[in-house]
Design a protein around this ligand. Structure first.
Ligand code: AMP
Ligand code: ZN
Length: 138
């Protein structure tokens, strides 16, 4: 299903032009207009899914291999030495466009520090309690 009010539906289906680096029957991969690093790309399913929780299993299964393919091509063509696959779900997680997308962010030697956090210490009892809470909801 497409959502007529969704800009990524329009881009993924070619109604709005984009810098496309890859397309197949299920996905379009475009360059991000506000790149974190040179070559920052977005994998867009052609169907509208709000976030990872809405993705069907068939589409979901294709996304990681496609991320690896795009990242490998970036290493070969752009001279990056690694890449991040990043995917935000919900406003609190930084999602700003509510059509599922996976970021593929090339990483260069000496490049900016992104996708990082400061590890905190955690009490083993709290770890056990937290694990039990999540398990109980699965
Ligand atoms: P997120 O914060 O995970 O929802 O990521 C949304 C991303 O989409 C951001 O990195 C934006 O720079 C990018 N973006 C928003 N609109 C466009 C557009 N029209 N074409 C390409 N990238 C876009
Ligand atoms: Zn959409």
């Amino acid at each position: 299903m497409k959502d007529n009010n969704c800009i990524f539906c329009k881009i993924a289906n070619g109604e709005i032009p984009s810098s496309t680096v890859y397309e197949d029957e299920d996905f379009r991969v475009i360059l991000d207009l506000g790149p974190a690093t040179k070559g920052h790309a977005l994998i867009l399913p052609k169907e509208h899914f709000k976030d990872v929780c809405e993705l069907d299993e068939k589409t979901a299964a294709k996304i990681l291999p496609l991320g690896a393919k795009i990242g490998t091509a970036m290493k070969q063509s752009l001279g990056c030495v690694g890449f991040n696959l990043v995917q935000n779900n919900g406003e609190a997680a930084g999602q700003t466009v509510f059509h599922f997308h996976m970021h593929v962010i090339p990483r260069y030697e000496g490049g900016p520090t992104i996708v990082s956090w400061t590890p905190e210490k955690e009490d083993p009892e709290v770890l056990a309690e937290t694990a039990a809470k999540i398990k109980s909801a699965l």
